[in-house]
Write a protein that binds this ligand. Structure first.
Ligand code: A3P
Length: 323
């Protein structure tokens, strides 16, 4: 487990005192910076990243709102980019995804690397392409990427399933089923836009617009489409990343192997994900729950459904994005 310096630096303390502040439903103090709600330590990390990160044009960034399928997209992106290294049957048994959690293989910029150090040592990620991830909205991420032309893949998900997943992950302690915040309270603060890295719709729109403006550099994916047509979507991802599947690969089943390797069923059955912990002490198994589309129907009342549908409709109108 990594130890973080609990003390925030003076610069960040001064900044925080000038920002809107609130508490998110998991009880954390959050501040709104450049339109996004961050915990204080995440904000400090974002600023360090924006100031110190030296991008390379070959970098690949996996971006998402929390609980939209980040773990899955990390696994898929890693498996796609490194597939030539682990393609033989023998090596397949040594695939890093079988012994490490996807969050270790694809570290967060602000929740891991710059969270623990103002200037983290990135030399161990020197083999190109380097693979990082983030929950920042696009405009905040771009400040750190400067004018680099690296590729950004974004995973989005239906807001209601995201919210239910968010509640399970942040507001319920799975260990003894202690509930930090009721589903109703989490729902209300989510609707106000106060959630970690929220408002949800602002973040989603930042990447949606980015993908329209610059389709060669921002790829917008949806969890539901990934579930419904994994082969088409993984092909899209591989094409975007500049490592398209060859005819031979498609016919030899290498695409299906990757889909299988990265499936919820497979990843959640691995020892590392059943009993392992992350650098921050979190149990790996908490990243794998149901992975279903429409689980929200078990949690939202018709009134809640109506309220959040109205919000999304209003926020996304004229954007061309349908969620
Ligand atoms: P549920 O809570 O709805 O089950 P994130 O990875 O962004 O934290 O998102 C977690 C959500 O993705 C959880 O949704 C989890 O079950 C689901 N998930 C995790 N790994 C997955 C995989 N390999 N395939 C599909 N869904 C996955």
């Amino acid at each position: 487990v990594n130890l973080r310096n609990e003390e925030l630096n003076e610069e960040i303390k001064t900044l925080i005192s000038s920002l809107p502040s609130d508490k998110d439903s998991s009880g954390k103090d959050v501040s709104k910076y450049q339109g996004c709600w961050y915990t204080h330590h995440a904000l400090q990390a974002v600023l360090s990243f924006q100031k110190n990160f030296k991008p390379q044009d070959t970098d690949v960034i996996v971006a998402s709102f929390p609980k939209c399928g980040t773990t899955w997209l990390k696994a898929l992106t890693f498996a796609l980019l490194h597939r030539s290294k682990y393609s033989s049957l023998h090596d397949h048994h040594h695939h890093p995804l079988l012994s490490d959690n996807p969050h270790v293989l694809v570290p967060y910029l602000e929740m891991n690397l710059y969270y623990y150090s103002e200037k983290p040592d990135l030399t161990k990620y020197s083999s190109s392409p380097r693979l990082f991830s983030t929950h920042m909205p696009l405009h905040a991420l771009q400040e750190g990427l400067k004018d680099s032309t690296c590729k950004i893949v974004y995973m989005c998900r239906n807001v209601k399933d995201t919210l239910v997943s968010y509640w399970h992950f942040f507001c319920k302690k799975q260990i003894n089923d202690e509930v930090i915040s009721s589903f109703e309270d989490t729902f209300e603060s989510f609707c106000r836009g106060v959630s970690l890295f929220g408002p949800f719709w602002d973040q989603v729109l930042s990447y949606w617009r980015g993908s329209l403006e610059d389709p060669n550099h921002v790829l917008f994916m949806k969890y539901e489409e990934m579930k419904a047509e994994p082969r088409e979507q993984i092909k899209r991802l591989a094409d975007f990343l500049g490592c398209p599947f060859t005819k031979e690969e498609e016919e030899s089943g290498s695409m299906d192997e990757i889909i299988d390797l990265c499936s919820l069923r497979n990843l959640s059955s691995l020892e590392i994900n059943k009993t392992g912990k992350l650098y921050n002490g979190r149990d790996n198994k908490t990243f794998f729950r149901k992975g279903e589309v429409g689980d929200w129907k078990n949690y939202l009342t018709p009134g809640m459904e109506n309220k959040i549908d109205m919000i999304i409709q209003e926020k996304l109108q004229n954007s061309g994005l349908i969620l």
